[in-house]
Design a protein around this ligand. Structure first.
Ligand SMILES: Cc1cc2nc3c(=O)[nH]c(=O)nc-3n(C[C@H](O)[C@H](O)[C@H](O)COP(=O)(O)OP(=O)(O)OC[C@H]3O[C@@H](n4cnc5c(N)ncnc54)[C@H](O)[C@@H]3O)c2cc1C
Length: 463
């Protein structure tokens, strides 16, 4: 049997590794458009900041590690057409020669591509001018070259999502003066405005100019520099411009072969990661994502999800029987000294899904106040008022406050359908330098329970 995998990032390599683990006799070939299999693109901002100076260190595994598992890698080979009837894939190599590769099972992990908003100049200017998108290692090298070649001092970042914010920090660390421009009235639109306000304050305290409610409309050459223009008379000169406004699933290859699409135009898959075509699986940023809480599909392109879906696809492709358990959209971002995380649904999302949610805010110290260094964690808790079920949590706290691990506790509670009140019963660890007898999370949960009416039922009337 021959398993062919298109895409050599999180989803594709996870599928290949699982297949090799379970079925060492299955020939497994991974076709990768670029020369960087299994690179952690999540680490790109930390290479560009200088914290990870050698880009090779971003590889989850080296090429030799991968090949040692028995998989074959066809690097710098691009799949250009899938013939599902003949069970073949047409690929072009780096010299432009074409080859037909047969498959018994195919796994498509083509990922996502950066969205290109309608900004005049974005398609005519490019990396040579200092105008950049950021998704691949080649994009990374191009941006690094711009930063060095042009010895720039100023940058405009368009988009204040998590990648934009990570890049703001990276460029500030390199000594640039950075302006971040966002069309929405808040940064980090994936969390509630009150928590996003902490992020904006953190950016400002590090000298970043935060411009909200401003749609960027044009990027032009202005001598050696670039001029960015937007709504309400916005104008900034910069040496480099980075446009990071989200991604869309890369589906062209699969849809041309007849794979149907679902949520947000991503490839439609069932929980076994099967497409509508026989023997064709798909996983990662190119597919829709089953949401564990909604029991329906959505589009949530995340590295954690791509790894899990790829593993499920790889297992099933070699004869296994596994279902993707679903995502909760759990994510965390570091913005200088602030960590912001969320899991599950926000109030409006829960309402749209048919729940009757209540969201409450709470603030609690990360450890006992008498022990030096205690810091507040700001929390938003969302629960269903009719069932008491936990629906979502958002946290913002300092880097010492273990925000990422605390959100993971709530993600675990959500995954197992716990009520908000039951979080208060969890046996969590405590020592004064690290926590409190009631952990910050439990104080947040108790605040929610109080808000919905934490009263004892009245005693029965005397008979
Ligand atoms: C800067 C940055 C930071 C991020 N940070 C985080 C984070 O902190 N946490 C998190 O969970 N997620 C993060 N992500 C998102 C995460 O990286 C993606 O969700 C993940 O990489 C998706 O993996 P994938 O395999 O589906 O697709 P991709 O990583 O997009 O890879 C697609 C693969 O397919 C190949 N390919 C595409 N078309 C073809 C073709 N026709 N023929 C052959 N090969 C092809 C590409 O070369 C590549 O190997 C970040 C993303 C970026 C860009």
């Amino acid at each position: 049997m021959h398993l062919l995998i298109i895409g050599g990032s999180d989803a594709g390599i996870s599928a290949a590794l699982r297949a090799r683990e379970l079925a060492p006799t299955v020939d497994t070939t991974v076709v990768v458009a670029d020369a960087y299999p299994n690179y952690s693109i999540c680490g790109i901002p930390y290479h560009l900041s200088g914290e990870v100076p050698d880009w090779h260190a971003l590889a989850h595994r080296t090429r030799a590690d991968l090949e040692a598992t028995g998989m074959q890698l066809l690097l710098e080979h691009t799949a250009v057409a899938v013939d599902p009837g003949a069970h073949t894939v047409l690929v072009t190599d780096r010299h432009g020669s074409t080859h037909q590769l047969p498959y018994d099972r195919l796994m498509i992990g083509t990922g996502a591509v950066p969205m290109q908003p309608r900004i005049a100049g974005l398609t005519t200017l490019g990396p040579a001018d200092g105008v950049h998108l950021l998704h691949t290692m080649d994009d990374t090298f191009a941006l690094a070259a711009s930063l060095t070649r042009r010895s720039v001092r100023t940058a405009v970042i368009v988009g204040a999502g998590y990648i934009g914010l990570e890049m703001v920090e990276a460029l500030v660390q390199r000594g640039l003066q950075v302006t971040v421009v966002e069309q929405l009235p808040q940064v980090l639109a994936t969390v509630d405005p009150a928590l996003a306000a902490h992020v904006a304050a953190e950016l400002t305290s590090h000298g970043v100019e935060v411009v909200l409610d401003t749609l960027v409309q044009a990027i032009e050459r202005d001598g050696e520099a670039l001029l960015v223009r937007g709504a309400n008379g916005f104008q900034r000169r910069a040496g480099v411009v980075l446009v990071v406004v989200g991604v869309r699933p890369d589906t062209a290859l699969a849809t041309a072969a007849g794979v149907t699409t679902g949520s947000k135009g991503a490839l439609a898959v069932n929980r076994r990661m099967e497409t509508n075509l026989p023997d064709v699986f798909a996983a990662g940023d190119c597919v829709e994502t089953y949401h564990h809480l909604l029991g329906a599909t959505t589009y949530l392109p995340l590295g954690t999800t791509a790894h899990k879906q790829g593993r499920v696809a790889g297992e099933n492709a070699v004869g296994g029987d596994r279902e993707f358990a679903g995502s909760l959209g759990t994510q965390v971002v570091k913005v200088f000294g602030l960590h912001v995380a969320r899991t599950g649904l926000r109030d409006h999302e829960a309402r749209a899904a048919g729940f009757t949610p209540l969201t409450t805010a709470a603030v609690a110290d990360d450890h006992k106040a008498y022990y030096p260094g205690a810091q507040p964690i700001a929390m938003h808790w969302t629960g269903d008022t009719s069932s008491g079920r936990l629906l979502g949590v958002q946290l913002a706290g300092r880097s010492e406050s273990q925000v990422a691990k605390r959100i993971d506790v709530t993600a675990t509670a959500l995954f197992h359908g716990m009520t908000v009140e039951a979080v208060s019963d969890l046996d969590l660890s405590y020592t004064p330098p690290l926590g409190s007898p009631w952990d910050a999370l439990q104080l947040g949960a108790q605040a929610w329970v109080r808000a919905v009416g934490d009263r004892l039922a009245p005693p029965p009337p005397p008979v």
